[in-house]
Design a protein around this ligand. Structure first.
Ligand SMILES: [Zn+2]
Length: 99
């Protein structure tokens, strides 16, 4: 994540707030494997062109919370992760779909 041009963004109050709210929303769990998460990842990568577009940078729909190992092998997208059958129940707990 050593993008020099993006440093100001990752330090911004807006991102820190967005990130914290997102982690809370997914109760700190990696959305791919269910282990404790480590990093809030942008599904559509931040680029110099979209870094000023909050629809990309601060949109929860464009975020996923991952553990380090899932982040390192990021060969999937959020939609595929939810297709594995992990859903949130009405109490905000991550459960296997159908249980
Ligand atoms: Zn994981």
């Amino acid at each position: 994540m050593a993008k020099e041009w993006a440093k100001w963004f990752y330090k911004s109050r807006a991102w820190k707030k967005c990130r914290a709210a997102y982690i809370k929303k997914v109760i700190g769990i990696c959305e791919h494997c269910g282990n404790p998460g480590y990093i809030v990842d942008h599904i559509e990568e931040i680029t110099p062109d979209n870094i000023n577009d909050p629809e990309i940078t601060l949109n929860h729909d464009n975020l996923q919370y991952l553990c380090l190992s899932c982040h390192n092998k990021k060969t999937f997208k959020k939609k595929e992760a939810t297709r594995e059958g992990l859903v949130f129940n009405e109490r905000g707990e991550l459960i296997k779909d159908g249980y």
